[in-house]
Design a binder for this molecule. Structure first.
Ligand SMILES: Nc1nc2c(c(=O)[nH]1)N[C@H]1C(S)=C(S)[C@@H](COP(=O)(O)OP(=O)(O)OC[C@H]3O[C@@H](n4cnc5c(N)ncnc54)[C@H](O)[C@@H]3O)O[C@H]1N2
Ligand code: MOO
Length: 444
């Protein structure tokens, strides 16, 4: 009974009524559900390809890596000093120091050849940091802890087995799993892989992403800006970002607002790419033809319209297994949708394992530096914002001019504050969820 009353109220109230209709038709979707649907429809098997170690920075490791060698490959000294057999030192003390004859010197890089140094038993050996311990020797004392430096030294303390020695395989054992497939390769990983002697590794082959922008009003940067026209900034944002993460991009041009031209371009692009991203023409204007063109070529719509702002007008569809992200033309909405809905699924579908399964998996909690202007509303609010650490606490605040139509202020942002629908007013010092732009990229 009360449900039908609510339904009656919603249908009679035009603003809320529209929203209900969108939900009823199953086309307006919550961001978290939209994100899940994207993940469900973008998982794929990624081909592997060889890559030289030096070119592998930022790439995704294709297979688990196992150590082919021990690190260190031999027992080595961790100090410049003198090596001994520990059992020969056990009676040394300040009262009863032991004098040792110094047999020889071993620099780092020296190979141990049996008997090369003559008979060493009962003697001390001068040894450098990183040099291998001769057979029968198992401990080292730094120079500064003994008296006498040349042929004879005086030891006043006992040394224990493996004191100041890094044992063979102590860091990494031969056969041990060192890195997991799906790891994004950082300089630290390259350092470890090089110490194991890998010159080449298998990486996930980067996907090819097609980009199509739409709109009669758009001009490229090299053209003069005539009255009524604006620059095609979405193209440059998307191309540069995708190239920066090593993805292959194919720009299919800016398509004017014509159904036939759009269908033709979609057909062309969809045979060549792993993913397609379009911008513009996805809302309800007379020239917003993208969803219709996609429907007419036979793409399956997964959703259209997400209950968030900016970025409400996002359409997601599939054609012959190629996922198609159709984002709003409005640059602020486009970047917000891209950052929340597209970036992580793209990386995840390319095998990057360090990404959660939820829209908010990578979010952090931050204290709001100033109360938010707007109060509660029925959609998710995604507010471009800056976060920083002050007195050991994470704070955030919206950028100036964060209106949907204003995009350039995103330069001052390093993430997005996410406010769920129907939240109570958010005040200064309240904790809010913050999605960082750089969380995924800057791991090194
Ligand atoms: N009747 C309604 N109209 C609009 C609504 C609505 O709810 N009802 N929502 C508004 C909101 S919010 C948005 S966002 C936009 C979304 O529109 P589209 O995604 O269809 O995008 P366009 O109409 O093509 O363009 C919007 C805006 O962005 C500029 N643009 C487009 N492409 C680019 C590009 N590649 N580079 C830079 N700028 C671009 C374009 O010139 C427009 O100014 O709909 C509202 N309308
Ligand atoms: O819905 Mo629009 O996508 O806010 O910017």
């Amino acid at each position: 009974m009360w449900l039908s009353k609510i339904s009656e109220f919603l249908t009679n109230n035009s603003a809320v009524g529209n929203l209900t209709i969108l939900y009823k038709e199953g086309i307006m979707i919550d961001p978290e559900k939209a994100y899940k649907k994207i993940l469900e429809n973008t998982s794929r098997t990624v081909e592997l390809k060889p890559c030289s170690l030096t070119d592998s920075i930022g790439k995704i490791l294709g297979e688990d890596v196992f150590a082919t060698e021990n690190i260190p490959p031999f027992d080595k000294s961790t100090f410049d000093g003198f090596a001994f057999a520990s059992k020969k030192t056990k009676n040394a003390s300040a009262e009863k120091p032991i004098t040792f004859e110094v047999a020889t010197q071993i620099p780092a890089g020296e190979t141990i050849i049996k008997n090369k140094y003559g008979k060493l038993e009962g003697k001390a050996v001068r040894i450098m940091t990183g040099a291998p311990l001769p057979e029968g020797f198992d401990c080292v004392i730094p120079f500064e802890k003994v008296e006498g430096y040349n042929d004879k030294i005086v030891l006043k303390i006992p040394l224990f087995y493996k004191e100041n020695v890094s044992s063979k395989g102590e860091e990494i054992k031969k056969g041990e799993k060192v890195l997991e497939a799906g790891t994004k390769i950082s300089p630290f990983h390259i350092g470890v892989l090089s110490s194991l002697g890998f010159r080449e590794i298998k990486i996930k082959k980067a996907p090819t992403i097609g980009i199509i922008t739409t709109g009669n009003e758009l001009v490229e940067v090299e053209k003069t800006l005539e009255k009524g026209k604006i620059r095609n900034s979405n193209k440059y944002y998307l191309l540069s970002y995708l190239q920066s993460i090593g993805y292959k991009t194919l720009f299919y041009g800016n398509v004017h607002d014509s159904l036939d031209d759009l269908k033709q371009k979609f057909h062309k692009a969809l045979t060549k790419v792993d993913f397609l991203i379009t911008t513009g023409g996805v809302s309800v204007g007379d020239y917003d033809l993208v969803p219709r063109a996609l429907k007419e070529i036979g793409a399956t719509q997964i959703f259209w319209r997400v209950n968030m702002k900016p970025g409400k007008f996002m359409h997601f569809s599939i054609f012959n297994n190629v996922p198609i992200f159709s984002l709003s033309g409005n640059p602020a909405a486009m970047t917000t949708s891209f950052k929340t809905m597209v970036e992580k699924p793209l990386l995840k579908s390319n095998g990057y394992s360090n990404i959660g399964n939820e829209l908010m998996s990578e979010s952090v909690s931050a204290f709001l530096k100033q109360s938010l202007k707007k109060n509660s509303c029925s959609h998710w609010r995604l507010i471009r914002a800056r976060r920083w650490i002050e007195d050991g606490k994470l704070y955030c605040k919206p950028v100036e001019k964060d209106k949907t139509g204003i995009s350039s202020t995103i330069i001052g942002a390093n993430g997005i504050i996410v406010i769920p629908p129907y939240s109570s007013p958010v005040k200064e010092n309240d904790l809010v969820d913050f999605l960082s732009f750089n969380e995924l990229k800057e791991e090194f």
